[in-house]
Ligand binder design. Structure first.
Ligand code: SAM
Length: 355
C-alpha cells in the first residue's frame, strides 16, 4: 500500500481525512442507522433523493440530514446530481450493502469505538486499557458471555464472519483422518462442534474453553440434540500451568491462537504436544497477514490487531505465518500440510515431531 509518488495535494487530503476519520465514521453510522443510504439507493431510478424528501422520511431536521450529507458528499459516500438530488456512490453502496463491511462497521462501532480512545495507554502498558469501557474483566474473553446483547451480537457476528465460511472445507480436512474424538480448543459457541456431529454420526467432540463460553457452547450443543456427543473441559490458558486431558485423535483450533501473545501460544502448543502421540493431528487455521491476495484484506487484519491491543488482552494480534511456523517448530511439532482454505485462511496440519 506504499503510495510514494502521491502528489502533495492528495497526500494532504488523505492526511485531513485521517484527522477527521472518526467524524466520517460516525456520519456513516448515523446515515446507515437512519436508513438514509437505503432510501437514496431505492430512489436511484427516480433520479435520486432530495434533502427535503430524506428529512421527511427520517423525521429528522433538514439541518441534521444536511450536515451528515455534506460530509458524506465531500468524502465520496454520496454524490449530488444536476437536479440537486443525492445518489449513492459505489463506496456508499458497499458501506450500506456489503456484508463484510457491515460486520466490520458494527464491530468497530459497538465493540471497539470507545475503547480505542485508550489505544496509546494500551500500547504503553501492554494492557487492554480500553476494556473497562465494556466491563471489568482481565481480558474480553472472560466477559464475552456477559456483554450487553447488542455488543455481544456485533462481537459474535464479527467472529463468525471470519470463520464460518471455511468450516465446510475445515470439516473435510478434519475427517480425512477419521477421528473418533476431536478437541475443539477455543470452541466458542459450539458451532464447529455441532457441525462435526452433523457431519459424522459417531464422532465425539470436547470443547475446551473458559467457563462462561463453555456453558453457552454446551447449551447450544444440547439444544441441537448432541448433548451425548459434545462434552466440555474448562480451561484458562492464562492461569499457571494449564493442562489438557488425554484422548484426542484430532485437535482443532480455529482463529484461536491469535488471541494470545507469542509466549502464550508456545505454552498452548506445548500443552497440546504433551497429550499427542505420533498419530494425533493438530489443525490450526488462521488468517495470516502475509498470506492475503489483496491489500484490503491485509489492512482489515492489521486493524483487527489493534482490537486485541486496546480491548481484548493487550498483547496479541493477527500474525504473519512465519511467527506461527517458528512457534510450531519450537513446541516440538512439524507442519505436514500447509493448505489454503477459502480466500483468506491458511490451515496447518501438524504432527508431533519424533525427536
Ligand atoms: C476468536 S474466538 C474463536 C472462535 C472459534 N474457534 C471460531 O473459529 O469462530 C477465541 C476463543 O478462545 C477462547 N479463549 C480466549 N482466551 C482464552 C483463555 N485465556 N483460556 C481459554 N480460552 C480462551 C474464547 O473464549 C473464544 O471462544
Amino acid at each position: 500500500m506504499l503510495k510514494k509518488n502521491i502528489r502533495a495535494i492528495d497526500a494532504l487530503e488523505e492526511a485531513q481525512r485521517i484527522a477527521f476519520a472518526p467524524f466520517i465514521f460516525q456520519t456513516t453510522v448515523a446515515l446507515r442507522e437512519l436508513g438514509v443510504l437505503t432510501f437514496i439507493f431505492d430512489r436511484r431510478l427516480q433520479g435520486g433523493a432530495s434533502l427535503e424528501d430524506i428529512a421527511e422520511m427520517t423525521n429528522v431536521s433538514e439541518y441534521g440530514i444536511g450536515v451528515l450529507l455534506e460530509l458524506a458528499e465531500s468524502t465520496g459516500i454520496v454524490a449530488i446530481n444536476e437536479a440537486q438530488k443525492y445518489e449513492l456512490t459505489k463506496t456508499g453502496y458497499f458501506l450500506n450493502y456489503d456484508k463484510a463491511v457491515n460486520v466490520n462497521i458494527n464491530f468497530a462501532n459497538d465493540v471497539c469505538y470507545k475503547g480505542m480512545f485508550h489505544l496509546l495507554e494500551a500500547i504503553k502498558t501492554g494492557t487492554p486499557a480500553g476494556l473497562p469501557e465494556l466491563g471489568n474483566w482481565p481480558t474480553i474473553y472472560d466477559g464475552l458471555s456477559q456483554l450487553p446483547p447488542e455488543i455481544q451480537k456485533s462481537w459474535f457476528e464479527f467472529d463468525h464472519h471470519y470463520s464460518d465460511d471455511i468450516f465446510d472445507e475445515g470439516l473435510q480436512r478434519v475427517f480425512e483422518s477419521n477421528p473418533k474424538t476431536i478437541f475443539d480448543i477455543g470452541g466458542n459457541t459450539g458451532k464447529f462442534a455441532i457441525r462435526c456431529c452433523h457431519n459424522n454420526a459417531n464422532v465425539h467432540v470436547k470443547i475446551i474453553d473458559l467457563p462462561g463460553q463453555l456453558s453457552k457452547a454446551l447449551a447450544n450443543a444440547n439444544k441441537e440434540g448432541f448433548g451425548n456427543r459434545v462434552s466440555g473441559f474448562e480451561i484458562d490458558w492464562l492461569a499457571p500451568n494449564p493442562q489438557l486431558p488425554k484422548g484426542a485423535d484430532t485437535i482443532w483450533m480455529s482463529q484461536f491462537l491469535d488471541c494470545f501473545s507469542e509466549k502464550d501460544i508456545l505454552n498452548i502448543l506445548k500443552a497440546c504436544v504433551a497429550i499427542m502421540d505420533t498419530d494425533t493431528e493438530l489443525l490450526i487455521t488462521e488468517t495470516f497477514t502475509d498470506r492475503q491476495k489483496f491489500d484490503n484484506a491485509k489492512f482489515v487484519l492489521e486493524a483487527t490487531s489493534l482490537y486485541f491491543t486496546a480491548l481484548a488482552n493487550g498483547n496479541s494480534k493477527m500474525y504473519p505465518s512465519e511467527v506461527f511456523i517458528r512457534l510450531i517448530q519450537e513446541a516440538g511439532l512439524h507442519i505436514e500440510r500447509d493448505i489454503s482454505l477459502g480466500e483468506y485462511h491458511t490451515l496447518f496440519i501438524c504432527k508431533k515431531s519424533s525427536h
